[in-house]
Write a protein that binds this ligand. Structure first.
Ligand SMILES: *Cc1c(COP(=O)(O)O)cnc(C)c1O
Length: 490
C-alpha cells in the first residue's frame, strides 16, 4: 500500500511513498501529511471471520489488509506490547455502564491513557526501522501530559532513537509529571518549560523549522521525526480498537453483526475519531461518529455549521486538558477523504491565512452524514462524573465524561453507543475527587487516596510506585534555552 499527500504534490517530493517512508518523515508537500492511497475493504465477512479473535489476532488481520512494508516479525513484536497491559488476554475491556451505553477502556497500558494504544507498538516499529537502516533519530515531543509519558515509555532504551520531551512546568498533574521526571534511561531527556503548553509547543515548532538546528543535526548524522498523531504510524493502530469494540458488543449479545452503533469519541487532535472514521469506511457498521469536546468547542461548531473558525478563540484551560486544542491536526485527513487533495489544500491555506474556512452546503451534508458533535463544559463534566458514579457505580475520567453530553443530545436513533474512555481516573484525580466529594485537593496523592476510599478501588501499583521513585530529570528552563539543552543532550 502506498501513501499519498493530503495537499497534493509539489513536483519535488515523490508523489507517493511507502508506509516506512511516511512514518520516518511524516510531513508532505505544501505542509500536508500522509494518508493511505485507498482503504482496504473489510466488510461483514471480515467481522464474521473475526467474531472470536483475540485483540492481537484481529490487529494482525487489520494490519495485513493494509499491506505495509514492515516485516511480519516486527509487527508481531510490536503487537506483543499489548501483553504488558493489565490483562494480556483482554487489553481493551468493553464495559456495559447502562442499557445503551458501553465504555471501551483504552487506558489499560503502562501510562494509563489511551496514547499507549498506538505509541506502544509504534515505538517498536520506528526503532526497528531506524535500526535496519542504520540511522539515528531524534524525536521531539511537546506534551500537555499524556503523550509525553507514553512516548518516553515506548522509546525507553530502544536502539537508534533518542527522545527529548518538553512539558509545561506546573501545567500537568502530579502523576503526569512524575511519569516523566522519574523516567531513567540514557536515550531520554525530559525538559520542563517555564510557561504554558502552548509555549512548549511553539518552542518545539520553532526548533523543528530552524535551519541552524537541522544543520547541526545533519552534521551529527541525526534525523528528526515526530511522534504526534500527524504520524500515520500512530493512526494505523487506531482503527483496530474500534473494530474490536464493535465485536465485543456482538460477543456480549448487545448487537448482531450488521447492526449499527454510534461511536462516541472525546476529541482533541482527532486521531481517535479518525481511526473510527477509517474503520467505518472499511465497512464497520457505524450509524454516526459523535465528536465530543470541552469548552474549546471549535470541532462542535465545525460539524454543526461547516465553519472552522479560529478567529476570536484562545485556548481555554479545562479539566480535560488533553482536549484543550483548537487546531485539530487530523481533521485534514477527513477533508482529504471527503473532498480530495485540491480542496483540502485550499481549505488549509485559508485557515493559515485567515484563521477560518467554510465548507459549502453540499460539503457540510457529506460531513454530517458521518459526524455529529456536542461539547460539555467543566461543570457538566463534574456532574457527569458524579452521576455516573452514583447511578451506575462507574468511575470516569473528565475526558471520557465529555461524551455523555453528545450521548444525550446527538443520537436520533435508539442504537447502542460505544464511548471511548481515554484515561484512567488516576491521571486526573483532583478533578474526580472534587466531583465525587466536593473536596479540593492540591496534590494528586491526597485525591488518589480519597477516590480509592470512596470508590473502594485500589490505586494501581504503577501509579502508587511513582511517588517513591527518585526524580532523575530535574531540568526546568526558560524557552530560549531549549535548543542549547537539546543539543547538549544529543
Ligand atoms: C490525547 C487524548 C485525547 C484526544 O485524543 P485525539 O486522538 O487527539 O483526539 C483525549 N483524552 C485523553 C485522555 C488523551 O490523552
Amino acid at each position: 500500500m502506498k501513501f499519498v499527500e493530503t495537499r497534493g504534490n509539489d513536483g519535488v517530493r515523490p508523489p507517493s511513498v511507502t508506509f516506512s517512508e511516511a512514518i520516518l518523515s511524516p510531513m508532505s508537500s505544501f505542509g500536508g501529511i500522509y494518508v493511505p492511497e485507498r482503504l482496504p475493504e473489510l466488510g461483514e465477512r471480515f467481522l464474521h471471520d473475526h467474531r472470536h479473535s483475540d485483540y492481537k489476532s484481529l490487529a494482525r488481520a487489520v494490519l495485513s489488509a493494509f499491506e505495509l512494508d514492515i516485516d511480519q516479525f516486527v509487527v508481531d513484536r510490536a503487537l506483543e506490547l499489548y501483553d504488558g497491559f493489565d490483562d494480556p488476554a483482554h487489553p481493551v475491556p468493553v464495559v456495559r455502564v447502562r442499557d445503551d451505553l458501553f465504555v471501551s477502556e483504552l487506558y489499560h497500558g503502562p501510562t494509563r491513557a489511551f496514547k499507549d494504544m498506538a505509541l506502544q507498538p509504534f515505538g517498536v516499529v520506528l526503532s526497528s526501522l531506524a535500526e535496519s537502516r542504520g540511522e539515528q533519530y531524534l524525536i521531539l515531543a511537546a506534551t500537555s501530559g499524556d503523550t509525553g509519558p507514553a512516548t518516553l515509555e515506548t522509546f525507553k532504551n530502544r536502539a537508534n532513537v533518542k527522545v527529548a520531551c518538553l512539558y509545561p512546568d506546573g501545567g500537568t498533574s502530579d502523576v503526569q509529571r512524575l511519569q516523566m521526571v522519574t523516567e531513567d534511561a540514557a536515550n531520554l531527556k525530559v525538559i520542563g518549560i517555564r510557561g504554558s503548553f502552548d509555549d512548549a509547543q511553539t518552542a518545539l515548532k520553532t526548533l523543528l523549522s530552524s535551519d541552524a538546528f537541522r544543520a547541526t543535526l545533519r552534521d551529527r548524522h541525526i534525523h528528526l521525526s515526530a511522534a504526534n498523531s500527524v504520524n500515520f504510524g500512530r493512526i494505523i493502530f487506531q482503527q483496530i480498537y474500534h473494530i474490536h469494540s464493535y465485536l465485543e458488543l456482538v460477543r456480549q449479545g448487545a448487537i448482531v453483526i450488521g447492526d449499527r452503533v454510534y461511536l462516541n469519541v472525546p476529541s482533541g487532535n482527532f486521531g481517535n475519531a479518525l481511526g473510527g472514521y477509517y474503520a467505518m469506511q472499511m465497512g464497520l457498521p457505524v450509524e454516526k461518529i459523535l465528536i465530543s469536546s470541552n469548552s474549546n468547542n471549535v470541532l462542535t461548531e465545525f460539524i454543526r455549521t461547516g465553519s472552522y473558525d479560529l478567529r476570536d478563540r484562545n485556548v481555554i484551560p479545562t479539566s480535560s486538558p488533553a482536549m484543550d486544542i483548537l487546531k485539530s491536526s487530523n481533521v485534514e485527513r477527513v477533508l482529504y477523504s471527503l473532498f480530495g487533495a485540491r480542496r483540502t489544500r485550499a481549505l488549509m491555506d485559508e485557515l493559515d491565512r485567515k484563521r477560518v474556512y467554510r465548507l459549502t452546503d453540499d460539503e457540510l451534508d457529506l460531513l454530517q452524514a458521518v459526524f455529529a458533535a456536542d461539547y460539555a463544559d467543566d461543570n457538566e463534566v463534574d456532574t457527569y462524573i458524579r452521576e455516573t458514579f452514583i447511578g451506575n457505580g462507574y468511575l470516569m475520567d473528565p475526558h471520557t465524561a465529555t461524551c455523555l453530553k453528545a450521548h444525550a443530545s446527538c443520537r436520533d436513533k435508539p442504537l447502542p453507543a460505544i464511548v471511548y474512555s481515554t484515561a484512567e481516573w488516576t491521571k486526573f484525580s483532583p478533578t474526580i475527587a472534587h466531583a465525587l466529594t466536593g473536596e479540593n485537593d492540591s496534590h494528586d496523592i491526597d485525591a488518589l487516596k480519597s477516590i480509592s476510599a470512596t470508590a473502594n478501588t485500589p490505586i494501581p501499583p504503577m501509579i502508587q510506585a511513582l511517588f517513591d521513585r527518585p526524580v532523575v530529570q530535574a531540568a526546568v528552563i526558560d524557552k530560549q534555552d531549549i535548543e542549547r539543552e537539546v543539543l547538549a543532550f544529543i
